[in-house]
Every structure is written in structure tokens, then in C-alpha cells.
Design a protein around this ligand. Structure first.
Ligand SMILES: C[S@@+](CC[C@H](N)C(=O)[O-])C[C@H]1O[C@@H](n2cnc3c(N)ncnc32)[C@H](O)[C@@H]1O
Length: 290
């Protein structure tokens, strides 16, 4: 949704934008192109490996960008250190990048056999394996149900607890086998998504505390924007989109931000055909009131 992001951020030369989830730098490259010759971009990502990809991709823009291995919740610290009063736009494109899914070998995908890690920043927090091996059954059931929208969350959580007593979880294929056992072959053939997609998503959200991070960001974001500054958020999960939608409505009511999208923008059929992972994307935009 590159075009929608550029319009949403109202990208112009001479202004300063933050891509809080810079990933491999796709949106960042488009922002730098649109804001040439003197617009600036700060890109943040928790994952040092994807930041290295972004560095190479953006290198030709030389001095117009800086990359930080920080969470987007820490934008305020960078503003303070740089002595900047505020930003003209902030982008968040939530979730995980293609590189993380396909190449990180941190267990984001259920297709290969990899260590069950799933941390965006492998230096911080506990792995997915640790969570599966130590969390109480009720907590596992809650994340499978709430974050994965898995109807048989209870059955799966109980089976995980039973199996981990004999063999602690360490690899993705171990988990895939348990998912197949709990959810059965019949279920797998129905619907568009393999059940492992939802369960893996649930674990990733829990491991990276993604909803808590988004909430912490939303509590601070208006203060980081200059008057007229724009906020664009692309979410891929109904719980994320609900958080964003509710915050935007509350800010508008309080006279802090104005919503520019009443209904979220969604990708075109052509974009989904090119990139099936975009199918659940919802983009919302707001502007700080002058
Ligand atoms: C969907 S990708 C972004 C792709 C990027 N927009 C592009 O065009 O290449 C999401 C990225 O957000 C990062 N991320 C997730 N949570 C984060 C957080 N709290 N702070 C900073 N980065 C985060 C992930 O590591 C991942 O690289």
C-alpha cells in the first residue's frame, strides 16, 4: 500500500518522517524518493538483521536517513536526543517482514524446521519455545483463542501441556505435528488458512508483546507529531485494528487528532494477488490538529 502511505503521510520535501517499522526499507525508500531532495527519514526496527537489509537498500540516499535498532515506542527518546521538537509524519506497518518469515531461521514460518524463537529482537525477551514450555494452560488457551482466533484453542493448549511434560518444545515442526494432532486433518482442509498460520501468529504476537507495544505507542504518538503531522498505521490483525480505530476516535473527540479515514483503506485485488500476505491489511490515517 505504498501509494496510500505516501498520500496518508502527505510526504513533502524538507520535512521529517519516521518509519517506526522500517523492515527491509520498502516504504522508507518510497518516502525518501518522494521527499527528495531534502526530506529526512528516521527508520526504526527491533530486528538488526532486517535493518542491515534496509541500510543497503537506502544507501544511495546517503545523509537523508538514519536507522535505529529501537522499538517504535522509543521515538520520544530519539526526538529528545536529536533536539527535534516533533515529526511531520509517522508510519507503522505492523507485523513481520518477508525476510523474517523466509530467511531469519527464527521459526516464524511453519513450512521449514527451525528453532521456535519468534523474537523480532533475538537479544530481548523469551522465545516461543520458552512460552510453550512454561506458560499455564489457561494462558496458552487465551493466546490461541484471542490472538489466533483458533476455535479449538482449549484442546490445543491441553495437548501442548501434555506433550511438553515428555518432550519440551524446541522446533517448529514439533509444534506443527501437535497442531495437526489437536486440530485434525478434517479441519485443515476447510477454509483458506492452515490452522498453523493462526497458531504461529498467536505465538508471535505474544512473544513480541505486540498489542502492548502498540498500546504504548498510541499513548504517546500525538505528542511526537508537529501540528498538521500525520500518523499512518497499517495493521493485519483485528485486535490491532480495533486498538487503532478506538484511539483515533478518542483523539478526535478530545480535539487532538482528526481522522482522515473513517473506514480503513484496504489493498487492491491486484496488490493481494502480488502479495497474498497483504490480504488482511487495514490502513488508517489521522492528522494532528493545529
Ligand atoms: C511488515 S514489516 C515492515 C515492512 C516495511 N514497511 C517495508 O516496506 O519493508 C514489520 C517490521 O516491524 C518490525 N517491528 C515489529 N514490532 C516493532 C516494534 N515494536 N518496534 C520496531 N520495529 C518493530 C519487525 O521487526 C518488522 O521488520
Amino acid at each position: 500500500m505504498v501509494k496510500e502511505v505516501l498520500v496518508g503521510l502527505n510526504c513533502r520535501p524538507g520535512h521529517l518522517y519516521v518509519d517506526g517499522t522500517v523492515g527491509e526499507g520498502g516504504h522508507a525508500a518510497a518516502i525518501l524518493d518522494r521527499t527528495a531532495p531534502d526530506g529526512e527519514l528516521w527508520g526504526l526496527d527491533q530486528d538488526l538483521a532486517v535493518l542491515q537489509t534496509a541500510t543497503a537498500r537506502l544507501a544511495h540516499h546517503t545523509s537523508r536517513f538514519r536507522l535505529y535498532n529501537f522499538s517504535y515506542t522509543q521515538i520520544g527518546n530519539i526526538l529528545e536526543e536529536e533536539g527535534q521538537p516533533g515529526l511531520d509524519g509517522i508510519l507503522l506497518d505492523l507485523g513481520l517482514s518477508s525476510q523474517q518469515l523466509q530467511q531469519s531461521r527464527r521459526g516464524f514460518s511453519f513450512m521449514g524446521d527451525e528453532p521456535l524463537d519468534m523474537r523480532f529482537n533475538p537479544q530481548e525477551g523469551e522465545t516461543a519455545a520458552h512460552l510453550l514450555n512454561t506458560w499455564p494452560v489457561a494462558a496458552l488457551e487465551r493466546i490461541f483463542w484471542e490472538y489466533g482466533e483458533e476455535p479449538r484453542a482449549r484442546k490445543l493448549a491441553h495437548l501442548v501441556a501434555q506433550i511438553r511434560r515428555r518432550t519440551p518444545f524446541s522446533t517448529t515442526q514439533q509444534l506443527v505435528r501437535v497442531i495437526n494432532q489437536a486440530l485434525g486433518p478434517g479441519r485443515r482442509s476447510r477454509g483458506r488458512l492452515h490452522p498453523a498460520t493462526r497458531v504461529f501468529q498467536a505465538l508471535r504476537i505474544a512473544v513480541n508483546r505486540e498489542l502492548e507495544q502498540l498500546d504504548a505507542f498510541l499513548s504517546q504518538a500525538p505528542a511526537w507529531l508537529l501540528p498538521g503531522g500525520r500518523l499512518v498505521i497499517i495493521s493485519y490483525h483485528s485486535l490491532e485494528d480495533r486498538q487503532v480505530k478506538q484511539r483515533l476516535a478518542a483523539w478526535e473527540k478530545a480535539g487532538v487528532m482528526r481522522r482522515l479515514t473513517r473506514k480503513p483503506l484496504t489493498p487492491t485485488a491486484a496488490e493481494v494477488a502480488r502479495n497474498p500476505r497483504a490480504r488482511s491489511a487495514k490502513l488508517r490515517t489521522a492528522e494532528k490538529i493545529s
